[in-house]
Design a protein around this ligand. Structure first.
Ligand SMILES: NC(=O)c1ccc[n+]([C@@H]2O[C@H](COP(=O)([O-])OP(=O)(O)OC[C@H]3O[C@@H](n4cnc5c(N)ncnc54)[C@H](O)[C@@H]3O)[C@@H](O)[C@H]2O)c1
Length: 437
């Protein structure tokens, strides 16, 4: 891809369209509303708090990312959502029990004003949910047409200049791409026939791409990760990214595994289990939805450890992932990892990690960064899969001819080098030998 010569300024309002107005979406919206009023700090967000080093270390240039690249301002975000439950963002946030009442009450008015549009919801893809706030239509093509109408109406009525979407809806049952997902023509023909292998999230993604709205996928659903969608995104010049927000246990895995590997320490087994009690946990209690999540979580270690290059260290690794729905915990997930590793002469060691995290608190800043970076990418003329946003995902989308990059530190370098490259600054190699010559 050619380096952008100009980046359109972030003028006017940016519509932020969220299929799924549950725990993550409402924690994100409430956090932005609080940050706008200086009532909360957007901790965890690179676009709000991160800095970026430019040039040599001796130049001491490390501006804030938000001063370096032209991002939309928090005040310019205009939120819209779809959900199969009628609850407005305040009611949904209260039901999610993520934020404390003092935070919710402070932004009650702003949250109550966000009422979800009717969802496209065929229940066979998410069997644990039963909502009534849904669209009816003659076919899946008709559903896509209704979503496109929603998107255009929202942008027009709210006076927005442009839009970005992030899927914050539930995890669907495990599905594979097949022939109908191969080309845009095949996909559209299959939509008209309401093909059963086209899921809810794929209909949203298709409608958004057709409206040239950049789309990020926070769940492990295929949504926008199939050949026809990649092609449409290229053809319509829309940036896309996914899949599955990298938050609790997998975030830790992609921090620790590269560290152990960089020291050439061996790993025999990695057992991960966690409990959570929110609606996401309830949906994942269905084995077919869990399968989608499991595939997303399992791919991480193999890619980082490269057992094909290091069979003695990682060739026989046993990797297990469990998730148990345990209602008393709500959104406060608890994860346990047991790592069986070995060192010099093969002597065994163990490491135990007990992470008491908060799912939506970790996911909300990711949503914000994806919104602002995808909008930036679009204004810079970048389109198709945005691999530089892999940093935010458990199962990063990538070109078919290369592996996904899972190592958080490589992902971080890639993200920052992409920002430098966009703005005509030298990418950093961290070689640094010029200081010693
Ligand atoms: N919280 C995290 O740390 C985290 C991490 C990685 C991925 N995710 C993923 O993010 C997504 C959201 O998580 P959450 O905790 O907010 O879940 P949630 O259950 O609280 O919210 C999901 C919302 O999506 C709605 N929904 C489902 N299908 C829909 C459809 N077809 N159209 C419109 N709305 C629909 C549900 O009614 C629900 O309100 C899930 O897929 C989850 O797996 C979350």
């Amino acid at each position: 891809m050619k380096r952008p010569t100009t980046i359109e300024p972030a003028r006017g309002k940016l519509a932020v369209l969220l299929p799924g107005l549950g725990a993550v979406a409402t924690t994100f919206i409430a956090g932005v509303a609080l940050a706008r009023r200086n009532l909360g700090s957007p901790v965890g967000s690179l676009t709000q708090l991160g800095t970026i080093r430019l040039g040599k270390r001796t130049e001491k240039r490390s501006p804030k990312i938000s001063d370096f690249v032209p991002l939309a301002q928090l005040d310019d975000l205009e939120f819209g959502a779809w959900d199969l439950f009628e609850d407005d963002a305040y009611a949904s946030a209260a039901h999610s029990h993520v934020l404390r009442p003092e935070h919710l009450e402070a932004v009650k008015e702003a949250l109550s004003a966000i009422k979800p549009m009717r969802a496209v919801f065929y229940p066979e893809y998410v069997r644990r949910l039963h909502g009534t706030h849904v669209k009816t239509g003659a076919s899946k093509a008709d559903m896509v047409a209704q979503l496109r109408h929603d998107i255009r109406t929202f942008i027009r009525d709210r006076g927005c200049d442009r839009a970005v979407a992030v899927w914050c809806g539930s995890t669907e049952i495990y599905t594979h791409a097949n022939g109908v997902h191969e080309t845009p023509e095949a996909f559209e023909a299959a939509l008209a026939k309401s093909d059963p292998t086209i899921t809810n999230s794929q209909m949203y993604a298709w409608a958004l791409l057709k409206e040239r709205v950049p789309f990020a996928n926070g769940s492990p659903n295929l949504a926008v990760d199939f050949p026809a969608a990649w092609e449409l995104a290229r053809e319509y010049r829309v940036p896309i990214a996914g899949k599955d927000f990298k938050t609790g246990q997998t975030l830790m895995k992609t921090i620790i595994a590269p560290g152990l590997k960089s020291r050439m320490l061996g790993i025999r087994g990695w057992y991960s289990t966690n409990i959570l009690g929110n609606r996401d946990g309830e949906v994942l209690d269905d084995p077919d939805s869990f399968r989608t999540k499991e595939v997303s979580k399992l791919s991480v270690l193999e890619n980082i450890l490269q057992p094909q290059l290091h069979p003695d260290l990682y060739g026989n690794l046993v990797h297990k992932v469990r998730i148990d729905y345990y209602p008393p915990r709500g959104d406060d997930k608890e994860g346990w990892d047991n790592i069986d590793l070995f060192g010099w002469l093969g002597y065994p060691m163990q490491m135990k990690i007990n992470f008491l995290c908060r799912d939506s608190i970790l996911a909300a800043p990711i949503v914000l960064d994806l919104v602002l970076f995808l909008d930036l990418a679009r204004r810079a003329g970048m389109h198709g899969i945005q691999e530089w946003l892999s940093f935010y995902f458990k199962s990063p989308m990538h070109a078919p001819e290369v592996n996904a990059e899972h190592d958080l530190f490589i992902q971080h370098k890639k993200l920052k080098n992409t920002l430098r490259w966009m703005m005509g600054e030298e990418p950093l190699t961290h070689l640094g030998n010029e200081y010693y010559q």
